[in-house]
Design a protein around this ligand. Structure first.
Ligand code: GDG
Length: 472
């Protein structure tokens, strides 16, 4: 019987140490939920880094045994590998270039060397469990080389690859010194999935410009093997967000919010700390809004949650300082004795708190400079059980291709965001309903289970097409 092997940089688990005992708690992320039905089944397995450095061999073995009970298999990384492969090449080279912020990119040979070596580590662990008729689904930019490395050892195995971040235009991608190696690595897959049509076009374009490989529509011939690049916009667990509001914990928090913000309109903003998320521009737009529309003083709040992320990287620390300053400045400028315009939190919250906020906020403000998809926008929509509320969404987020009934803005256009905030706050209820209903239908239908099934089914089809081409 063939099995399915999921591979991603991080395992969907949080490990904490308590008095020498390791406690494992499954993580609730969208991908983990979506793939849960797959990796927990039978012999299937999810391979990845457990999220902490474990140096002692006996600890490694103990953790491995505990993880095995959850169908998880760890790839242990040293601190140096985490610094160079993960924080270095993944987050300081690929992330900025793929998000069109090439000025932040560092091209360091030791980063690349480590990226290559860590991929070999992943490969070896996969090879310790993989059989030729298994299906392997590899995720994201930390593992671009992995499909090629596995293909070199098991030529006929089924490999799918999904990129969760944008694939940049050729003019950006070509900047990377190791561009050809990266593409060759990706082409080890049989099916490459992207969030948007543009991302897949950019990939195919980079392949044909950089490698001696031709493409006919979305098909690239790699050593007589047809490789396909296609669009699979990722969804969320719609039912979970739609039904969370019925839980007691969420209801309690919602009641508290209603009391605290009585008579006040709320604009909600939730992101990981990242320069790709357009946080500074969003704050500038809110400041301009307060300046241009003073009638909203004491009547509106911006509730802003920033989840700490990558704070070992200098740019992220700098960004955090800038946000602190800007928020402080805006609050100092506009606050009154009983109101301040921005409620800013630099930490993460339980999903129940997010759900209460999604339910309460009149406006969801999501304005990334670039975003592969952006799940927060979909979670806001899924949570609006009353069909009211307005989503303001950046045209640079993959989600803007599906959520066309949002107010779509260019995140660099501060004036446009400012006007969008005003438009959202005065939008008549019937129009809110019409737009929200349409968006809820999209998010409900193209949910995470649908996304997983579509990708897995298509991978099987691609394999069949390849076989029928060989038989000809
Ligand atoms: C990458 C791509 C693509 C946020 N704060 C808290 C919390 N969250 C959850 C949200 C949401 C997730 O984190 C963030 O997802 P996004 O899609 O918005 O952004 P990235 O983390 O950058 O994800 C992105 C995604 O991959 C999937 O392919 O959409 O474009 O960059 O689910 O709810 N969760 C909890 N507490 C918080 O405080 N529990």
């Amino acid at each position: 019987m063939s099995k399915t092997i999921i591979v991603s940089n991080r395992l969907p688990v949080r490990i904490t140490e308590n008095d020498g005992e390791y406690v494992m708690s499954p993580s609730e992320g969208g991908l983990a939920t979506g793939l849960g039905s797959i990796y927990r089944d039978g012999q299937n397995v999810w391979i990845g880094w457990p999220g902490m450095e474990v140096t002692e061999e006996k600890d490694q073995q103990r953790i491995q045994q505990q993880l095995a009970e959850m169908n998880l298999l760890p790839v242990y990384l040293s601190q140096e590998e985490i610094n160079n492969y993960y924080e270095g090449f993944s987050n300081e080279t690929l992330w900025p270039v793929f998000h069109y912020m090439a000025v932040y990119a560092k091209y360091e040979q030791p980063y690349w060397d480590s990226y290559y070596k860590v991929t070999e580590k992943f490969r070896d662990i996969i090879l310790s469990v993989a059989e030729p008729d298994d299906i392997i689904w590899i995720h994201d930019y930390q593992l671009l080389l992995l499909p090629g490395m596995i293909r070199a050892v098991i030529p006929d195995i089924s490999i799918g690859f999904f990129l969760h971040i944008p694939f940049p235009s050729f003019e950006l991608f070509r900047l990377i010194p190791w561009r050809a190696e990266l593409l060759e690595g990706m082409l080890g897959a049989d099916l490459l999935g992207f969030h948007t049509f543009d991302d897949s076009r950019h990939f195919i374009n980079a392949v044909t410009r950089i490698l001696p490989i031709n493409a006919s529509a979305n098909v690239m011939m790699v050593n007589d093997r047809a490789v396909m690049a296609e669009t699979f916009p990722m969804g969320i667990d719609y039912d979970k967000y739609a039904s969370l509001s019925k839980e007691k914990e969420v209801k309690d928090q919602l009641r508290e919010l209603k009391e605290t913000f009585q008579g006040m309109r709320m604009i909600l903003s939730i992101d990981r700390l990242d320069y790709s998320k357009g946080i500074l521009q969003r704050l500038q737009a809110f400041e301009l809004f307060l300046q241009l529309y003073p009638e909203y003083m004491e009547k509106v709040v911006l509730y802003m949650i920033i989840v700490p992320s990558r704070d070992n990287v200098q740019q992220y620390r700098d960004l955090r300082d800038e946000i602190d300053k800007l928020v402080g400045g805006i609050n100092a400028r506009f606050r009154t004795n009983n109101w301040h315009p921005i409620h800013y939190f630099y930490r993460s919250f339980p999903i129940e708190t997010l759900s209460a906020l999604y339910n309460f906020a009149d406006v969801g403000l999501v304005t990334p400079m670039r975003d592969g998809m952006n799940l927060v926008s979909k979670e806001y929509v899924a949570s609006r059980n009353q069909n009211n509320g307005v989503l303001i969404l950046s045209e640079m987020a993959g989600a803007s291709r599906e959520l066309i009934d949002a107010i779509i803005v260019n995140p660099n256009n501060i004036g446009a965001i400012t006007r969008a905030i005003e438009e959202a706050l005065v939008m008549p209820e019937p129009e809110q309903y019409r737009r929200m209903k349409q968006m809820r239908q999209v998010v409900a239908k193209f949910n995470i289970a649908h996304w997983v099934k579509l990708f897995m089914d298509r991978l099987q089809e691609v394999k069949q097409i390849q076989q029928s081409m060989l038989a000809r």
